[in-house]
Design a protein around this ligand. Structure first.
Ligand code: CA2
Length: 152
């Protein structure tokens, strides 16, 4: 049964390398450390989160397809699949629950190929360029969509 107050946070390929390479673009925090910040905010907002990462497009598609059974919304950093994955776009449409696209870096300030997102057109909205804060803003946006205004 879908839970309005349970949010799935999905991370695409190579985000398992966060904090270990290219800190000038993606910051110094590891995905595990970002996860701690997300969980801490989730606790304050009284919602449950589940955080997953995969380097495999099919696995991400499976998780998106299965999400409505358990989650009220998805916050997704599709990473490089942002710019290539029609399959993830189609899965988000099929899932029919709100998806919020987030990016650590500002994809519009980078190479031209990063300026197009296959996900943006099917997401509720996109948050890009705020570092780790992008995850936290994405979580806040999801919570406000599902439960109304938050006060912390
Ligand atoms: O800025 C973002 O969050 C991105 O989604 C990150 C993706 C990139 O392909 C998108 O255009 C924007 C790359 C994730 C790879 O993360 C790494 C982290 C550390 C070292 C190497 C890659």
């Amino acid at each position: 049964m879908a839970k309005k107050n349970k949010i799935l946070i999905l991370n695409g390929p190579n985000l398992n390398l966060l904090g270990k390479r290219q800190p000038e673009i993606y910051g110094r925090l590891t995905l595990e450390e970002i996860g701690r910040e997300i969980r801490s905010l989730a606790k304050r907002l009284s919602v449950e989160v589940e955080i997953r990462q995969s380097n495999n497009e099919g696995e991400l598609v499976d998780w998106i397809q299965q999400a409505p059974a358990q989650f009220g919304a998805i916050v997704i950093n599709p990473a490089a699949y942002t710019h290539s994955s029609v399959a993830m776009r189609d899965a988000i449409i099929a899932a029919g629950i709100p998806a919020i696209e987030i990016h650590i870096s500002n994809i519009y300030k980078r190479e031209d190929f990063r300026k197009h997102s296959y996900i943006a057109g099917v997401a509720v909205g996109q948050i890009t360029g705020f570092g780790v804060q992008s995850y936290l803003l994405g979580l806040r946006a999801a919570v406000e969509m599902l439960m109304g205004p938050v006060s912390c």
